[in-house]
Each structure stands twice: as structure tokens, then as C-alpha cells.
Write a protein that binds this ligand. Structure first.
Ligand code: BTN
Length: 322
């Protein structure tokens, strides 16, 4: 049985009994129950109402690749290839696998759920079905990986631009690329590179945005998280959000390809949530405390330790209580 068929029979408005579902789908009640369990394990928001059947905790809007392409301007539509998966291990892994065999400057991959979603530093990225946005974009660059320092900050500024465009305010970046709202994580960016160190190469920019995070998932994440549903008065359209993400992301990447980090330095400075804050840097040589002082011309974090400024290209940062 197709998972989607069963989900399409459910709504938040009224419970549908197992026997009505079985009759509609032409399967046994036991098969319906089994499917419901599979879908729940994937994170689908199905509630069982005792004696009355099943309903959705909220309306689920499935991603629609055609719709997404149609919402883009014609230039972008010609450049980009979009694929929407029901389930994939990781949208970023999928694009990395395809990078060698598919031509094209820009490729986008989205999924309703990921079985092995990845976060930074080898963390797992929880990917419940149909609620959030799991989005990866492959972009090719000509001048080697060395020119891509600061790309993760650029990608973070593009996420902020897309959120602002959808009417979300009060979001900022915690270096290098945590998108926070009200001090909680709203989105994360993961950059992975392939190709030649000094020649043609590609970056896969993976973005996970919490649109609707079930409590059962939020409670298992190792840092405070927030979703767009609790920041916005109106329901969040996943398709609208995905299509509005794409244009600022590509525009930012094009500017970054031409000018490097300088192209987004001002945007980053406006979004920088760490500047002036007491921070703890967890680097290779153990924790060091200091005061965050913006970033340098390449996007490396500047931290003041007494009279000395240290630069960090990669480190885990936490904000210390004042
Ligand atoms: C982070 O640790 O903050 C980065 C999270 C990045 C998650 C996204 S979801 C889409 C893409 N696919 C993955 O496996 N990871 C990224």
C-alpha cells in the first residue's frame, strides 16, 4: 500500500475509523494498522482517537516539485534541476552521489523524510515525515575549494533572507551556521565539498528548517529547538517556504562565486548573534574563553582573549552566562 494514499485519507478535522480506511483502500484493518505504525515511526503526525479511528495532529502539505519549479523566475527555472523524494537517506548524500554523473550548475534535492539525516560534527539530524524542510543544493564552482571559505556563513545569510521574505523576524546566526530564533535552533546548515582542491569543485549545501517539530522529536534534540509554526501567526506552507528559499540561496551563491565572503559580509554582520558575547571555544586544544568579535575578511571567527585576537576557521562555540 502506498503510504501517501493512507495519509491522504486523513485530516485534522475528523477521525476516520480503521474499517472505513480499510474499505476505502481495499485492504484489511490489520494492514491499515500496520501502515499507521510504519508512518508513525517515520514521524507522521497521526493520532489514534480511542474507538473513533485516526486523525492528523495538523494538516500535512506534501512537497510538490512541479509547483516549486513553477514558482521560480524563468532564468532560475532553466538553471536548476529539482527532485523531491518521499524518503532518502540524506538529501545531501543523494546530491553528492549524483555530482559525478549529472551535469548542470545547480541541483536541488528535497525529501519528505530522511532515514540518515546528517548534522554538523557527525550528529544525526532528526527528519520526521512531512513536517520540516530537508533541502540540499549542489552548486559548482570553478576556482577550487580554497575559494569556498566563508561559504557556510553565506548559506546561513541566505536562510535568514528566505525567512525574512516569509515574514519571520528576529532570526539570527550563531557562527558558523546555526539559525536561531528566541535563542533556540530554528535551522541548521551543513556544507560538504567535492571535486578538485585547486580546480573545478562543487559544494552541497544542506539545510534543515524546523517548520513543524513534534514535541516527541524536539525533546530528543540535544539543544533547545524551535519551529516556524510557533513563530508565525499563520500556518506555514512548506511549498511556499521551499520555493522562497531557493531564489535568495542561488542569488547569494552567485554573488559569493563572484566576490567571495565580501559579498555577504554586511549581511552576516547584521545577523551575527555572537558579537560582543562571552563565548567558550571548544577547539582541538581544549576549551578557551573569550569575547566574540565578529569575523575576519574570510569569515573566520574573531575571539578576543584579553589583548589578543584569535581566529577560528572551525570550532564549536557556546555562549557563557554573563
Ligand atoms: C546542523 O548540524 O545544524 C546542520 C544540519 C543540516 C541538516 C540538513 S537536512 C537536509 C540536509 N541533509 C542532511 O542529511 N543534512 C542536511
Amino acid at each position: 500500500m502506498d503510504h501517501r494514499l493512507l495519509l491522504d485519507c486523513l485530516s485534522p478535522d475528523a477521525a476516520v475509523s480503521g474499517s472505513a480506511l480499510a474499505a476505502h483502500l481495499g485492504v484489511t484493518r490489520a494492514a491499515v494498522w500496520k501502515q499507521v505504525e510504519v508512518l508513525r515511526a517515520l514521524g507522521a503526525p497521526i493520532q489514534a482517537a480511542a474507538g473513533r479511528g485516526y486523525r492528523l495532529a495538523w494538516p500535512v502539505e506534501w512537497l510538490d516539485g512541479e509547483n516549486l519549479l513553477a514558482a521560480l523566475d524563468s532564468d532560475l527555472r532553466r538553471r536548476v534541476g529539482v527532485r523531491v523524494h518521499w524518503q532518502v537517506d540524506s538529501t545531501s548524500s543523494e546530491l553528492l552521489r549524483r555530482a559525478g554523473s549529472e551535469a548542470g550548475d545547480l541541483r536541488v534535492c528535497l525529501a519528505e523524510t530522511q532515514s540518515a539525516g546528517r548534522g554538523r560534527r557527525g550528529r544525526h539530524w532528526q527528519s520526521p515525515l512531512g513536517g520540516n524542510l530537508y533541502f540540499s543544493l549542489l552548486k559548482r564552482f570553478d576556482h577550487g575549494m580554497g575559494a569556498l571559505t566563508g561559504l557556510s556563513l553565506a548559506a546561513g545569510t541566505a536562510v535568514i533572507a528566505a525567512l525574512t521574505d516569509c515574514g519571520v523576524s528576529g532570526v539570527g546566526l550563531k557562527w558558523p551556521n546555526d539559525v536561531l530564533a528566541r535563542g533556540r535552533k530554528l535551522a541548521g546548515v551543513l556544507i560538504e565539498l567535492g571535486g578538485e582542491f585547486l580546480g573545478p569543485c562543487h559544494a552541497v549545501i544542506g539545510v534543515g528548517i524546523n517548520l513543524r517539530l513534534p514535541d516527541t522529536v524536539a525533546n530528543t534534540i540535544d539543544q533547545p529547538a524551535i519551529d516556524l509554526a510557533s513563530l508565525c501567526e499563520h500556518p506555514v506552507s512548506r511549498n511556499r517556504h521551499a520555493s522562497r528559499r531557493l531564489s535568495p540561496q542561488v542569488a547569494t551563491l552567485d554573488r559569493f562565486a563572484a566576490q567571495g565572503f565580501a559579498a555577504v559580509a554586511d549581511d552576516y554582520a547584521r545577523a551575527d548573534l555572537l558579537r560582543g558575547k562571552p563565548v567558550r571555544v571548544l577547539g582541538a586544544s581544549g576549551p578557551i574563553d573569550g569575547i566574540a568579535d565578529g569575523v575576519d575578511a574570510r569569515g573566520a571567527l574573531r575571539v578576543r582573549h584579553g589583548e589578543r585576537i584569535a581566529l577560528y576557521d572551525s570550532a564549536e562555540i557556546s555562549v557563557r552566562a554573563q
